[in-house]
Ligand binder design. Sequence first.
Ligand code: PSU
Ligand code: MN
Length: 303
Amino acid sequence: MNNEYLNIHPEIKEAIDNNRPVVALESTIISHGMPWPKNVETAKAVEDVVRNEGAIPATIAIKDGKFLVGLTGDDLEFFGKTKNIWKVSLRDMPFVVSNHLPGATTVAATMRIASMAGIKIFATGGIGGVHRDAENTMDISADLTEMSNTDVAIVSAGVKSILDIGLTLEYLETMGIPVVTFGQEEFPSFYSSKSGFQSPLRIDDVAKIANMLKVKWELGLKGAALIANPVQKEYEVDADVIEKHIQEALNEAALNNIKGKEVTPFILKTIAEKSNGESLEANIALIKNNARLAAQIAVSYHQ
Ligand code: PSU
Ligand code: MN
């Protein structure tokens, strides 16, 4: 907590010190996951959702050599509007911090900073995972390895089908990460409540999820749990339509020789363009939905 690199907003610090519910939120989705101004509007709306459930939002980013836990409205504008914000996963952290560069944090980096600050629950849209063709590219997100390490629960809308969902679930199993779907048997695939994969666990009751987290960490079982929250029916995007956009986006990524950390943002952006904003509307709806569930879990966890 006395980490000199941590800059925790006083309201959040007070909540953490008094064991009150706080929900961490990431910033890569703001700088690299959505276009301006929807990104900033959404980031603010998501914070409001968390507050309305009785928890304190803690959006996390990197600026001026510090890990910011809690962003001001001006910070949100800055990270939403500025070009060339670094997308910071764990391997980028020392470079970005030591050079005082502005950085948006991925799930992996956000989890690590949340954990340093003492925050247990984190809401996002989609996590990174094992990419399609990973058997050739070795493209596996550091989000997964970080989840095996750091004691923060993540609420997401499942795993986006730009990834290989089956391999991602296998990897989560290997890493010992509990995967719970809220309210249904099937693991969701971000834009769709379906994926064709059975969820390893199903829990319909928020208090039971919070209790499972408590027990996991009391048992000394390190690492995250993934809470998959299916997108609401009215915002679902037809899986065949999304698949067509994904195929095209993957082809364009290959043609443009997109590699490494650029792959995920490139594919997300291309799908959003091709779907004429339909995928963006789903994205906004589901992240609010995840923030709501995460806040409810945090409230229950901190009772
Ligand atoms: N998937 C999404 N939306 C996102 C991301 C992934 O549906 O915004 C972002 C998250 O910040 C995630 C990161 O942590 O991409 C993963 O990037 P990579 O695949 O390069 O590890
Ligand atoms: Mn990758």
